[in-house]
Design a protein around this ligand. Structure first.
Ligand code: DC
Length: 222
């Protein structure tokens, strides 16, 4: 196997991308690049500053002044906004939905592109997001598109949120996921879609371990 590959994993919300990407990166001793965390960190600042997610002018001005960076602390990726570590504060659905809204704005995508490329282009990375294989790392060595049925993705997201917060409304989780799918797939710039050269993995009936094994065997050419 060639050293220091770039591996991309794209797919919709709740398909298991984060768990799988993290596990795959650990197996290969690679960096796990969670690009959604960057969009979430940007969204966190949008919420904190009381900016409307549809106000493109104000978002462009925020792009010019925001300071965003990634740091690997004890093997996990941490994200900083204007010097503050926001890694733990960006995981709620509210931030996810605003991230999805602002990610449709070209100034925001351009602002985050260089940070993503800088983190990944020396290789040795599992890059996870929506446009890794199509836009950010079009020359990646291996590209995967991880999918699962809507019902299964809602079920997984619900279980994840319940374990974090206790009481969660199943219907609300389902509604938020459908909204996010639509926003991410229908935006004009870098919409969520499988790159033509990506291997599509449907994880609906697969465990995380099975998905990771499948990817490893493809990477190793087994
Ligand atoms: O993967 P996630 O749920 O943390 O991502 C949050 C939102 O950020 C997602 O709904 C769309 C946006 N995003 C994006 O547009 N491109 C990426 N590469 C990663 C995330």
């Amino acid at each position: 196997m060639k050293e220091k590959l770039v591996i991309t994993i794209d797919g919709p919300a709740g398909a298991g991308k984060s768990t799988v990407s993290n596990a795959l990166a650990r197996r290969l001793s690679y960096l796990y690049l969670d690009t959604g965390a960057l969009y979430r960190a940007f969204a966190y600042k949008v919420i904190e500053d009381g900016i409307l997610p549809g106000d493109e002018k104000v978002l462009a001005a925020l792009c010019a002044r925001i300071e965003l960076h990634l740091d690997n602390i004890d093997g996990s990726l941490n994200v900083f906004v204007d010097g503050a570590n926001v890694t733990k504060m960006i995981r709620c659905e509210e931030v996810g939905l605003v991230a999805s809204r602002v990610s449709a704005v070209s100034a925001v995508r351009e602002r985050l592109l260089a940070i993503q490329r800088q983190a990944g282009d020396r290789g040795g990375v599992v890059a996870e997001g929506r446009d890794m294989g199509t836009v950010v790392f079009p020359m990646a060595d291996y590209k995967f598109y991880l999918d699962a049925s809507v019902d299964e993705r809602v079920r997984r997201r619900y279980a994840e949120l319940r374990s974090q917060r206790g009481s969660v409304d199943y219907k609300k989780v389902a509604e938020d996921l459908v909204v996010r799918d639509r926003q991410d797939q229908e935006r004009k710039i870098a919409p969520l879609k499988a790159s033509e050269d990506a291997t599509i993995v449907d994880s609906t009936k697969m465990s995380v371990a099975e998905v990771v094994e499948k990817m490893i065997s493809i990477i190793r050419g087994a």
